[in-house]
Structures are given as C-alpha cells and as structure tokens.
Design a protein around this ligand. Structure first.
Ligand code: MN
Length: 411
C-alpha cells in the first residue's frame, strides 16, 4: 500500500518544471474569457510501439501542463473539466502509476476545477452543448468527429487557431525557458565546432552536440539534429548524419535543444577543415548580410511574410541583389524556404506568418542558399525575441562572423 501511495504522489511532478500551475490556470482563464461556446481537446494517446515515445499534443500541453496519455479537457466560459482514463493496474506494470479520475486530490494535482472519468465525457458534453453556440475542436482530429456528431446544429470553430493567438505572445516564464534551451544550444554548437575535422562522421558531431545540451539540463532534442556536410548541406532536412566530413566542404549544423518542453532552433554553417574557400566565403557573406538586414527590420507591427513589406522580402531582395551563380544568374532562386517561423512548445510553433509581430513573439531568422551544382549549402539561423522597440537575438552568443568561426572550428 505504501508503495502504491508513493507512486501516485510522484504523478504530481508531471506538470512541466519552469511553468507554474498558476500560469497554466491563467492561460485557460484567458482563453475561456473569449470562448463563445465549448472547447474540447483530446490529449495524445500512448504510442503503442517501440519506435516512438509519448509527446503530449502541444495545445493540450500549453493549457494544462498535463503529460499523461489519454486525457481530454473541456472548457467553457463557466467550467473547466479534465477527463482522465480509468486506472489499469495491468498496464501500470509497464507504464508506472497514473493518476485516476477518482483520486480525491485529482483537482489539486491537475489544477483543474473538476476531474471526471473519461467515460463521462459524452454526457457532460451533451449537457453544455444545450446552451453552447459553437464547438471548438482541433480540425481533423479523429475523436472530435464523433463528438461533433452529437452537436450537429452548432457552429464549428478551430480550437488551434484560438489557442495560437495566446501561444504567439510568450510569458516571461516561457522566454526564460527558451533562453535556457538557447544557451545550452549555443554551448552545443561550440562543442561541435571543437570536434569538427575532416574524417569525422556527421553523427559524431551530432552526438557531441546533443550531449552538450543534455548536460545543461535539457531533456530532449527539439528536432532530430541535422549535420549536413558537402553534398548533404543542400538537403534542407537531412537527418541521417551518416557521412564522413571532407576537407574543403561546408557543414550545415541545424541543432536545437528542448528544455522543460520549450524548443529552440539554431543553425550555423562552418568549414569542415577550419577555413572557408573564397567562393564559400562570398556566399556566406551574402546569407549573413540578408540575415542582418532582416533582423534589423524586426519590430512590433512588421510581418514575417505576406503582402507588403515583410522580413522575408527583405532577405530575398538582399540575396537576389548580391552575387551570381556559375551561369551569371542572381541567387534569389537558391533561397528555397521560408525565412523563419515562430518557436515555443513546438519548434514550428503555430501562428499566422502574415500577422503583425507583437512584443513577446519569438521567431527564427534563417536565410539560406543551396547550390547543388557547387556542392555548397549555407544557412544561418538565429532565434529572436520581438521587443517593444525592436528585437533581441537570444542566440547572439554564438559567433556568426567568418573570422570568429575560423578561430574556433577544429580547435
Ligand atoms: Mn528553423
């Protein structure tokens, strides 16, 4: 009995370190204020295989901090209910103890006003849908379809969009966690540079880098590390990391940690042998110039992309008006991806890329050129906080000038 009790108590540690239970409650309160109906969110289920680990659905995580599989939440302006699966003693031999819906302190442990068994969802939903005008769910989410069939005469609305409006502006606790992940990632890049030399395998660099942020209190990678050397440097999401570095080529290292659920995303392109060739140097300076021009233009009201002036346009224009390919053509067509994205719980955090930036938004600025014909891919990515009057580059401690990089690579 004592053993069971201590296992149950350990469930209290399941909300994310760094974000307080009060903040999760405040997020729900803020969302509920603007809700003209009922929102139902389904948490992630346990993946039933040995290849993947459990990741809580990020909107669910944002609003609850709850990290056990199979939960559901229902929010209205008047109520908030967390539905939990019944405990399964046989499964708990494999998964460890879970918090059951009938535990007397379940509201205290979860921070929700009410905790109910999952089996009560339908009747509770039918009750609130008598008066609710609109049903908010995540579009395409399979469980939601069945639920919506119970409330056929209601308007449908996109829960993810409503939550994204909150997620786009970070709280001070969120900024702190992303800064922590970023500082650990800067250390990871510097450790990777030290290890870099011709003959080393890409996965060895990845191992040195991930180890550096695990040692600094980050539990996971925000995404699989990308170490792309030579021909692999032009592959945008190269992840196999299975090639040996050769001298004379560039290495794109796109690696970011996740700390207490919050991601970061930082890329540098460095010379495998410690020195850029004149052509690599020329292209690198163009990408860097584009990045600096875009970062200088960040302030509230500016847009990442879309019609009219945008950060993407600034970077594109810079690249397209500097340098040429081997056929004498401008380089704009080699900048093949978006300039950046929002970052938060997800490395690609939700939000309209054409929306005016607000103070408190965190985004990446990552121009690149990828010229397969020349075996050269160059991407420079920093993570930036929008401030009241401009921006702060959170990854500024990681050098990006050629002279500084050449001083550090392989040494
Ligand atoms: Mn990125």
């Amino acid at each position: 009995m004592r053993l069971v009790l201590s296992l149950v108590l350990s469930a209290a540690g399941l909300t994310a370190a760094g974000i307080s239970p009060q903040e999760y409650q405040e997020r729900r309160a803020e969302l509920r204020k603007s809700l003209d109906g009922v929102m139902v969110l389904f948490g992630a289920e346990d993946p039933d295989d040995l290849h993947s680990s459990f990741f809580q659905e990020s909107n669910f995580l944002y609003l609850s901090g709850w990290r056990e599989p199979g939960a559901i939440m229902m929010l209205t302006p008047q109520t908030e209910i967390l539905f939990l699966p019944a405990r399964d003693p046989r499964m708990e031999l494999y998964t460890g103890a879970k918090l059951g819906p009938d535990a007397p302190d379940a509201p205290k442990q979860t921070g929700f006003d009410r905790v109910m068994p999952k089996s009560a969802l339908e009747s509770a939903f039918l009750k609130v849908s008598e008066t609710a005008r609109r049903v908010y769910t995540i579009p395409g989410e399979s469980h939601s379809q069945k639920l919506k069939s119970l409330a056929v005469f209601h308007d449908e609305a996109d829960a993810a969009q409503a939550i994204a409006r909150l997620r786009m502006v970070k709280s001070s606790a969120e900024i702190e966690l992303i800064t922590k992940a970023t500082n650990a990632t800067v250390a990871a890049h510097l450790a990777g540079w030290k290890k870099l030399s011709p003959g080393v395998w890409e996965y060895e660099i990845a191992a040195v880098m991930t180890n550096a942020y695990f040692e600094r209190g980050c539990e996971r990678s925000a995404y699989p590390p990308i170490i792309g050397s030579g021909p692999n440097s032009v592959i945008l999401h190269y992840e196999s990391n299975h090639r040996r570095l050769d001298s004379g080529e560039t290495v794109v290292a796109d690696v970011g940690a996740e700390c207490s659920d919050y991601a970061t995303d930082v890329t540098r392109t460095v010379p495998a042998g410690g020195k850029f060739t004149p052509r690599q140097r020329e292209l690198y300076e163009i990408v860097l110039g584009a990045q600096k021009a875009a970062i200088a233009a960040i302030k509230p009201g500016m847009r990442l992309r879309g019609d009219g002036p945008s950060l993407h346009q600034i970077a594109y224009d810079y690249i397209n008006s500097h340098g040429k390919d081997s056929h004498g053509q401008p380089l704009g067509k080699y900048f093949v991806h978006g300039l950046g994205h929002y970052v938060g719980l997800d490395v690609h955090d939700p939000g309209d890329p054409a929306a005016p930036l607000k103070a408190g938004t965190i985004l990446t600025i990552e121009p690149g050129v990828y010229i397969a014909e020349e075996n050269i891919g160059i991407r420079i990515e920093d993570i930036v906080l929008v401030t009241a009057d401009g921006s702060k580059v959170l990854s500024a401690a990681l050098p990006r000038e050629i002279a500084d990089i050449e001083k550090l690579v392989g040494k």
